[in-house]
Design a protein around this ligand. Sequence first.
Ligand SMILES: O=c1ccn([C@@H]2O[C@H](COP(=O)(O)O)[C@@H](O)[C@H]2O)c(=O)[nH]1
Length: 274
Amino acid sequence: MDKQQLFENIKRKKSFLCVGLDTDIKKIPEHLLKEEEPIFAFNKAIIDATADLCIAYKPNLAFYESMGVKGWIAFEKTVQYIKKNYPDQFIIADAKRGDIGNTSAMYARTFFEELNIDSVTVAPYMGEDSVTPFLTYEGKWVILLALTSNKGSHDFQLTEDVNGERLFEKVLRKSQEWASEDRMMYVVGATQGRAFEDIRKIVPNHFLLVPGVGAQGGSLDEVCKYGMNSTCGLIVNSSRGIIYVDKTEKFAEAARKAAQEVQAQMAEQLKAIL
Ligand SMILES: O=c1ccn([C@@H]2O[C@H](COP(=O)(O)O)[C@@H](O)[C@H]2O)c(=O)[nH]1
């Protein structure tokens, strides 16, 4: 999916919501545990309940890998289910990969060849040769960690060099030598507030993947105020705030209601550019 298609989907659905599929066997409704594939059953119900309200799904690999082979099968089935039934959805493998070149090439092969997923999150720490193997796949996206939503972002990402440049700014600046806004997005946490203003000075046109609204308390209003550009430029993720609002047999309806609330706020914000 290219940048224009992404924007068309945002306009059509009046939404830039990404539903995070952080599916934890210990948190899903009890009645699903008798299913042969409880994780997939949960994901399928959440996806069917929210697909018209969002433009992306983001399964986080940690939740699947923690279950070994069963988890990996559930992950694959979830990806195939979205692709078959909701082909307009942008799929993000939140895997935060990155290693020496030949190893990164294997990660890229997994997500882009084997699973044919649209995008993967990548850590920039090991530099250019750890990122470029992901960029050899036409039509696929790298989503590079820039300024994350957690407290630990202060430890490295927000520290300044002798010229006053912060590490996340260096990541944004340097990585633009590797790929354009048609192939690269950046992760910026919703909890980072006004930093979006500084980020837009360096990457005015790139899409940003923004986790941290909902359970982490980031402000959608602030993200939009400082981060939205003329083609929206935002994919805002919420995981726990949508998928775990109810633990009864009505969990999917409740997830839909939570997604509807976020989508309505997004529709309001989009009036500024549509
Ligand atoms: O900076 C980051 C990068 C990734 N994440 C991931 O996004 C979701 C957020 O889940 P919530 O339940 O909506 O808080 C989760 O998969 C994180 O690993 C992030 O939160 N911050």
